[in-house]
Ligand binder design. Structure first.
Ligand SMILES: NC(=O)c1ccc[n+]([C@@H]2O[C@H](COP(=O)([O-])OP(=O)(O)OC[C@H]3O[C@@H](n4cnc5c(N)ncnc54)[C@H](O)[C@@H]3O)[C@@H](O)[C@H]2O)c1
Length: 368
């Protein structure tokens, strides 16, 4: 059984299908979008071993012509080199304006496929089949595509919406626990931004989501996608409200950058630490209560999300602040922060003194 959520934007709309055993039924689910089109599948070495045959079998059953390319797994793959390789492969295989790209994998494959789709022949339709929890609740929805450069993450990219998203919760069964927890941080983010009720639900049921209980997993993915779709609908190109989705992310990107985007800290792990830092800063500035900070930290610890103490000893605060000043969201030399007036009450501000930021970063070592 699956549920469908619609992402309705001014210029387009698309469905997100959420449920079990969907990959093997891709051709049935998308029959209208795939008929009479050449399909190009992009996947990575890990995901292709597990799921590519299911997708290919489904296309074969419906006589859909396809080709597949498998690229290295990992963040380093989100590069100009990979985009170049895929573009060449598409052109050599006579891609047409009517062709369809499918990204089968986590956020790396989704961001890269979307980017390539947006620039090849000035735009080819594409479908996201996200296979990590993080990509199911976040990166596959909303149309941000991108690649990394030596200057930073996601600095080159486009806004390009997929034609559909197929979120098959069975894929989470093979996902390493560390990756599941990284995705769970992004799920928590939605409750903390503007949905107190969802946060309370997560406090009660989060462990079942993490264990992969499909009823709770599908519910969490659905609520997260609805939350993201609502925010994206109001501000697709991030001129305002969409930036709320970056709760914890200004800190997270600075930490990831300091660690050279290594496996020592996954993006979602940096996000849970960043959320704690954002709440601590909000508390130090008098916006939210100490109880709120404790409540979040308690839940994060209970479900084993990464906490600041797991990294901060090796980090130089000056470097973190310096990295934050280089964030894409810096405007007029001022860092944009997503802070909170409580759980579910996030807001944007550029009004944070560097001294207060430093104090909050220093206090973290002692508290968490
Ligand atoms: N576009 C957006 O709006 C947006 C939002 C958030 C994050 N992102 C991007 O997403 C990326 C991170 O995505 P991610 O966390 O999914 O990382 P990822 O794509 O690197 O996947 C993590 C690892 O899990 C493996 N994997 C994927 N699915 C699996 C499965 N079902 N079973 C076993 N292994 C599996 C992958 O091969 C990889 O090794 C970052 O590049 C980040 O910038 C983009």
């Amino acid at each position: 059984m699956s549920v469908t959520i619609n992402v309705n934007l001014d210029h387009t709309n698309y469905p997100i299908y959420i449920g079990n055993a969907l990959i093997e039924n891709t051709a049935e689910i998308l029959s209208a979008s795939l008929s009479n089109r050449k399909v190009f599948i992009i996947s990575d070495t890990n995901v292709s071993n597990l799921y590519l045959h299911k997708l290919e079998n489904s296309l074969k059953k419906h006589n859909i012509v396809y080709k597949s390319i498998v690229i290295d797994a990992g963040e380093k793959t989100k590069s100009f080199q990979s985009a170049n390789r895929i573009c060449n492969w598409l052109l050599e295989n006579n891609i047409e304006r009517s062709s369809m790209l499918i990204g089968l994998g986590g956020g790396v494959i989704g961001d890269l496929t979307g980017f390539v789709a947006s620039i090849t022949l000035r735009g080819i339709d594409f479908i996201q089949i996200p296979t990590t929890l993080l990509s199911q609740v976040d990166s596959s929805v909303g149309g941000k595509t991108g690649i990394n450069t030596p200057q930073g993450k996601n600095l080159i990219g486009t806004f390009f919406q997929p034609k559909a998203v197929i979120s098959d919760s069975n894929t989470i069964e093979t996902l390493p626990k560390r990756q599941v927890l990284a995705g769970y941080s992004e799920i928590c983010k939605y409750g903390l931004i503007n949905n107190f009720e969802f946060w309370c639900w997560l406090e009660k049921n989060g462990h079942l989501v993490i264990q992969g209980d499909s009823k709770y997993l599908n519910q969490a993915v659905k609520t997260s996608c609805i939350s993201k779709a609502e925010i994206v609908k109001k501000d697709e190109k991030e001129s305002g409200e969409r930036a709320l989705l970056n709760l914890g992310h200004t800190f997270a990107h600075a930490l990831e950058n300091e660690l050279n985007y290594s496996d020592e800290l996954l993006h979602g792990e940096a996000v849970s630490i960043g959320i704690i830092l954002a709440f601590t800063l909000s508390n130090n500035l008098g916006y939210c209560s100490t109880n709120d900070v404790k409540r979040i930290a308690n839940h994060f610890k209970k479900v084993n999300l990464r906490m600041p103490s797991s990294i901060s000893k090796n980090m130089k605060i000056d470097n973190i602040i310096d990295n934050m000043s280089k964030d894409k969201k810096v405007k007029n030399n001022k860092i944009t922060f997503v802070l909170v007036r409580g759980i579910g009450k996030a807001f944007l501000t550029q009004d944070v003194e560097l001294g207060k930021l430093r104090e909050s970063l220093e206090s973290i070592n002692k508290t968490f």
